[in-house]
Design a protein around this ligand. Sequence first.
Ligand code: 5GP
Length: 174
Amino acid sequence: MEIGEVLITADEIDAKLAEMGAAITRDYQNKDLLLIGILKGAFVVMADLARHIDLPVEFDFMAVSSYGSATKTSGVVRILKDLDQEIAGRHVLIVEDIVDTGLTLNYLLKNLAVRKPASLGLAALLIKDGIDRPPLDMKYEGFHIPPKFVVGYGLDFDGKYRNLPYIAVVDDSI
Ligand code: 5GP
């Protein structure tokens, strides 16, 4: 496996996160905002997006698994780590790295909605186009990308490449 074409550069990511952060800052004025990052992939986007949000936000994380080391979704979502706190009455924004089949977010939305937050929004850096998925009410989205397996900026291949500062396609043909 080799790293293929760079799809989105570090500068492009930063500019997009600045826009998303400004929109979040506007929308959640005077609201008590809790950001929930979905581990492991979203730790990078969470850290960089949060620094573009000019509000006293709080953080929590959930760890879920829907992929093994292969590049196809299993369709099964398991909670490996739940939230540390109650979210009843809180304004919650889920921060995700990438939406592929949407199974993970669909599961999480249902799981968190029953805990009665004041609001529940979704933010994702990457959305794969050309995928047949149930409609998701995405409040803040970064880039639409082709339905290819990508790495970098928190996204891994077999546990590696999360530290690349850009998003690149995986080239398995090499
Ligand atoms: P979904 O449930 O939307 O199919 O997939 C969500 C999760 O699958 C993402 O949070 C991410 O961990 C993983 N995933 C989906 N597409 C990709 C991809 O292109 N590259 C990598 N590294 N992970 C992906």
